[in-house]
Design a protein around this ligand. Structure first.
Ligand code: SAM
Length: 335
């Protein structure tokens, strides 16, 4: 029953993320023709405040840019992407209809079964979403409607906190015929967009470590990870944000594990990644979005509280790491 399920508020955060995306699309920040089909009664949803729209735009843009880098880093090789806590994210459809489509070998999304089954239904009901999955004969729905498998796109149910050996490993090793779902020899990027804050660091570290070991076990294994999340929840403004979350009965880790940017990069390095970096959304807005684009954004809607915007953006960060295989020729590839 829903009311006593302690994970219900966590699953429901997907609805907020999806509605924020829809709002940013309708206001002209982002182009995403797929999100409306994943939201029930999308036409009745109200727009979100400018601050939310800008934040949604910035994190989406930043992750898009990191994905471009990942395809570049992979060179001629095909890539795999695994989105953990994917919710109603539409990135697969944007990629499948974009310039990188031919290089996408596998796109795997994982979320709680309740969320994957809703997504499976939305996909099956919508012709545009289904069409991107390939031929009808290649699409199989299973697990009581919680799983959808196709040669490229795969939507799988799992509680990410369960020990990886018991849950993740069999999912990733199982595939069609001899080929595993997740090839350890293809450059693979993990996406954690607004997910890890809801998990205990011990559980999320075990999850990431499983992937690191999987790719470290083969010669040439290349793994990247991108994390978007709140941080610095110890400072006065961070505490306001944290209390806000707690008031929604979200189960959050007791102590703030990432008090600064350095701790966000260190997580990757401690887990065996070769390089890592972290930037706030505030910095992304100031340094990575070109002035013409900023100009365009500023004309979309009125924003009078620039100071508040900067304060909020300063508490969200994107961090990323790459685990290069031994002997990786740095001069040629890594940018
Ligand atoms: N990544 C999507 C995005 O950025 O639009 C969705 C973000 S939403 C805020 C967080 C998602 O993570 C929800 O769909 C939630 O169900 C999922 N999630 C959180 N904890 C999880 C867990 N332990 N196992 C599986 N999914 C989880």
């Amino acid at each position: 029953t829903k009311n006593t399920d302690p994970d219900a508020p966590t699953r429901a955060t997907d609805n907020d993320a999806a509605i924020a995306r829809l709002s940013a699309v309708r206001k002209g920040y982002l182009a995403d023709p797929y999100i409306a089909a994943l939201i029930p009664r999308a036409h009745l949803q109200q727009p979100r405040p400018p601050l939310i729209n800008i934040g949604t735009y910035l994190r989406t843009r930043a992750i898009d840019l990191l994905l471009d880098d990942w395809f570049r880093l992979a060179g001629p090789r095909k890539v795999q992407i695994v989105s953990l806590g994917a919710g109603s994210d539409t990135r697969f459809w944007r990629l499948a209809n974009g310039p990188h489509a031919a290089k996408l070998q596998r796109y795997i999304e994982i979320d709680f079964a309740e969320n994957t089954s809703r997504k499976v239904m939305s996909i099956r009901k919508n012709r545009v979403l289904s069409a991107a999955l390939g031929a009808e004969g290649d699409i199989s729905v299973g697990g009581g409607g919680t799983t959808l498998r196709t040669p490229v796109y795969n939507l799988l149910p799992m509680d990410l906190r369960t020990p990886p050996a018991a849950s993740l490993a069999p999912l990733m090793r199982a595939g069609q015929g001899d080929e595993p779902m997740l090839s350890p020899t293809l450059p693979t990027l993990l996406l954690f967009e607004c997910v890890l804050a809801y998990m205990d660091p011990a559980a999320s570290n075990a999850l990431i470590q499983w992937f690191v070991d999987y790719f470290a076990a083969v010669p040439g294994g290349l793994l990247g990870g991108v994390v978007y999340e709140m941080f610095k929840l110890n400072d006065p403004f961070g505490r306001v944000m944290l209390n806000n979350l707690k008031s929604r009965s979200l189960s959050l880790p007791g102590a703030e594990p990432y008090p600064d940017l350095a701790s966000l990069s260190r997580r990757f390095l401690d887990l065996g990644f070769t390089t890592a970096q972290a930037v706030t959304l505030r910095e992304i807005r100031l340094r990575y979005i070109d002035s013409r684009e900023l100009q365009r954004l500023s004309q979309l809607e009125m924003l009078d509280e620039v100071e508040e915007l900067e304060l909020v953006l300063d508490h969200y960060a994107i961090s990323w790491g790459v685990r290069f295989p031994e002997g990786w020729a740095r001069e040629g590839g890594a940018g």
